[in-house]
Write a protein that binds this ligand. Structure first.
Ligand code: ZN
Length: 395
């Protein structure tokens, strides 16, 4: 499908009211009180992500300076990691998303009454390809909506603009957002090798803004990234206050490739073009940024996120994954309780099951939510802010 046809069909066929995309399972929970949102989690199974993905997740916490083998042994022996490494291996064997979600609800959910936001990730441009096509993954998530309180986000990657048929970028989008069950938002992972302002993505943001579809992007760690060298980057930049085309080569090595592509500053030309877009910069910049905060240089992401929130009314963030890092929790709560913008635009998310490799996740989650209550921010982070991001009609 070409851009023009896509825009016409999407504008004609997709409702601009997010409520039209809420499944009955979610409505049933919303009718009651005392529920909460997990605004950033994943239910993909071993056919959506290759086993190497899981292994990377396991070893990402290892200390680079030490000998790796010894480190792995230590990692596995450490008591506090024990259960959840087990859990991770169990999840590695599930071949359907409902099993992955059941496992969460059974073993890790903070409470029974929860609305989950599972984010797809399109790993087709990664070195380890998924076995289930994105089209099949969409169908599976649509079925999941019949039985679970989920608001799934569809993954987009401009590499799919070159694909023909069902898995073409625009065909996938129309498929995701039409039919009896509709997906609810969009997820991007720029570190897999593209700029957020890629020309093929601009029509998608145009539709997302017009139809009040929320967009979440990865703005955190660097472990998942493109392995390709010298990728030509296409997109837009702002010069003299105008949005103009931009091309460059991605020549960085290792994690610097991901660091460059995950930079929230790259969203500026998108937001300048679609200033009302609902955008969640997931992971709030990532753990390393929080460790060095409030040190401020041009490269620091947290001040950049604040600037984008200040300029654009619908920019949000979530603290998923980071809640596993006890050292930064106090700093996080002290910061957002003294910053109105952060307080109004930050959401709770877990990053299940990515986060299972990062220490004792269940304990850390409970501690995080207890702290939120102490700072009087529990409803703000777990309920009110996700509700605004997901359901607000901004146009
Ligand atoms: Zn995630």
């Amino acid at each position: 499908m070409k851009e023009k046809e896509f825009l016409k069909r999407a504008m004609d066929e997709i409702d601009d009211n997010p409520s039209s995309r809420i499944p009955q399972t979610v409505k049933n929970i919303k009718d009651n009180n005392d529920y909460m949102y997990d605004a950033h989690m994943h239910v993909f199974d071993k056919k959506c992500a290759a086993k190497n993905y899981f292994l990377l997740r396991l070893i990402e916490k290892l200390d680079e300076k030490k000998g790796v083998t010894d480190d792995i042994v230590e990692f596995i022996y450490e008591k506090e990691y024990d259960n959840e490494i087990d859990d991770l291996f169990r999840i590695m064997d599930f071949n359907s998303m409902d099993k992955v979600l059941d496992y969460y609800i059974e073993n890790f959910a903070y409470q029974k009454k929860m609305i989950f936001v599972p984010l797809m990730v399109d790993l087709n441009s990664w070195i380890f390809k998924p076995k289930k096509s994105i089209h099949r993954q969409i169908n599976e998530l649509k079925r999941l909506m019949n039985n679970y309180a989920v608001l799934p986000f569809h993954s987009i990657d401009p590499v799919q603009s070159e694909t023909k048929g069902l898995n073409n970028l625009y065909n996938l989008f129309i498929h995701a957002f039409t039919g009896h069950n509709k997906l609810f938002g969009v997820k991007l992972y720029p570190a897999l090798g593209f700029l957020p302002s890629h020309p093929q993505l601009m029509p998608i943001y145009e539709v997302c803004q017009a139809k009040n579809i929320p967009v979440t992007t990865h703005c955190g760690g660097t472990i998942i990234r493109t392995n390709k060298k010298n990728i030509v980057l296409e997109g837009f930049q702002i010069i003299n206050n105008e949005v103009v085309s931009y091309t460059d080569k991605l020549t960085e090595k290792g994690k610097e490739r991901a660091q460059r592509l995950n930079n929230p500053a790259l969203w500026e030309p998108v937001l300048k073009t679609f200033p009302k877009l609902k955008l969640n910069l997931g992971h709030f910049g990532g753990i390393d940024e929080w460790k060095k905060y409030p040190a401020q240089t041009n490269q620091d992401r947290i001040p950049k996120i604040q600037q984008l929130m200040n300029e654009y009314p619908n920019v949000y963030t979530d603290f998923s994954y980071n809640l596993s890092e006890q050292k930064i929790i106090k700093k996080f709560f002290d910061t957002i309780s003294n910053n109105t913008l952060f307080e109004e635009r930050t959401m709770f998310g877990t990053d299940y099951w990515m986060v299972l490799a990062a220490r004792d996740y269940y304990k850390n989650q409970v501690n995080f939510i207890d702290q939120a209550a102490n700072y009087n921010l529990k409803d703000t982070l777990l309920l009110n802010n996700p509700r605004k991001f997901l359901f607000n009609k901004v146009v």
